[in-house]
Design a protein around this ligand. Structure first.
Ligand SMILES: [Zn+2]
Length: 145
């Protein structure tokens, strides 16, 4: 049990929650090649950081479920950006997102960094420039319906 507690504390220290509840909380520790945060939890086993975060905030997730990101940010450990789903749902989600883009503050910030205007970003993400502005201003995370 002691070991488990330490792992939790370790993980919590490595989550960057500075931005508050409405932003992504990136895991700053060890990252795998496919972009997920990984933590070691004894017995030489590793577990995805966001799964640990989910279980920390919501309780144990059944093995057959995956912890999915609503925000598409694989490093994100913000519990409000996480949900449980099956593998099939995950695949379907990814397909849906090809058509229906999620709007994350991080995504928009990145597009701004690339020099795109609010209008250009809005066109690319299929939403109004006002929404883009709101997301940038409040650093909120929204999913487009
Ligand atoms: Zn997130």
């Amino acid at each position: 049990m002691r070991k488990n507690t330490n792992t939790f504390l370790n993980l919590l220290q490595k989550i960057d929650a500075e931005g508050g509840i409405n932003t992504c909380w990136p895991y700053t520790g060890y990252k795998t090649l496919n972009g997920y945060g990984h933590i070691r939890c004894g017995n030489r086993k590793t577990i995805k950081a966001h799964r640990w975060a989910y279980e920390y905030f919501y309780g144990k997730a059944p093995e057959r479920f995956q912890v999915l990101h609503l925000c598409d940010n694989r490093l994100c450990c913000n519990p409000t950006h996480l949900k449980l789903g099956t593998h099939a749902e995950n695949m379907k989600d990814m397909k849906d997102k090809g058509r229906k883009k999620s709007l994350c503050y991080e995504t928009i910030k990145e597009l701004r960094r690339q020099g795109l205007t609010h209008k250009a970003i809005a066109e690319q993400l299929n939403c109004s420039p006002h929404t883009v502005q709101q997301i940038l201003k409040n650093q909120i995370f929204t999913l487009l319906e």
